[in-house]
Design a protein around this ligand. Sequence first.
Ligand code: PLP
Length: 390
Amino acid sequence: RFEQAEILNRLPEQFFAKLVKKVNAFVKQGVDIINLGQGNPDLPTPSHIVKALQKAADNPDFHKYSPFRGYSFLKEAVAAFYEREYGVKLDPEKEVAVLFGGKAGLVEISPCILNPGDIALVPDPGYPDYWSGIALARAQMHMMPLLAENHFLPDYEQIPAEVLRKAKLMFLNYPNNPTAATATPEFFAETVELAAKHRLLVVHDFAYGAIGYDGQKPISFLETPGAKEVGVEIYTLSKTYNMAGWRIAFMVGNEQVIESINLYQDHMYVSLFGAVQAAAREALLGPQDCVRELVEIYERRRNAFIGRLQALGWQVQAPKGSFFCWLPVPKGYTSETFADLLLEQAHVAVAPGIGFGSHGEGYVRVGLLTDESRLVEAAERMAYVLKKVE
Ligand code: PLP
């Protein structure tokens, strides 16, 4: 009876909804599917954080509206966390914004910065939520290819001068979803230089900030000299502390941009449930053994899965960070036909690279989101199918 507004038609297709449907059709028939297609952490939230939530939920003060823009105790905890983890000093009131999950912040930042017709630079392949905010702002995207030969870092030399003139915003994400690449200090320094020269705002998505392998801790964009003048970083608790269902994240960095996102959010929400904010403080400032254990678990899973694939003759690169593996598809297949083959014949669900942009074609993404023995079984089933088709 009602026609939806034109802006909704501009939103990108939810590619992964299609994948979920396909997987569910198999599961319904009772097929034993190993689902490595989605990015939902399988581990529980550490118990001391859950206990902090339970205790805080008994506090009637937290049953009221929490302050607009979040409790100061939480913003102070974020500042202390950044100083402890990255040596970055933040003003808790001016350089920290509380978000309803990273996804909300990544979508909301575009209408805060972009006018219709402006350009946003977007990594390709990349996390599709960047596209949604840009569409809502009626702005345009310019894709920056992430290629294996450049270690999945964008090559800024390839961006036409005309595009740089109109570009106002650039999204980056390291450790990267989906390629599992990590950034270097040199690359971030080059980014700050480019952004300063072209008056670009850099939005660094640091969702996998805690997950780096082989003893390499991922670097924060804000560690780069000059980064605060040109950028903000989004840090979510979803992956570091397995709190994906809790919906809590932060934006930190440039004071003007923090004010803009806060202003936008003032019109969208009152802040999060106070007890969630209290538990988030415990996550950030409480014992951190759980984070070390989390990284060890993912590293063991990575080694088991990649090791088994390699032993079975599939030459693949081990990821450097995030909890994904980015695997090239064999000749004769697209990312979608190969993902379908794995689902139908190996009963392993993976995400086709094309869902992350046209430069994701030729790859599938595997999430290390089940225990080691299931991952080894997935590798065996996949390698078996691969042998059959080669
Ligand atoms: N950014 C990237 C690259 C992600 O993979 C995710 C989650 O999958 C997010 C951001 C959003 O995380 P959340 O909305 O749970 O904070």
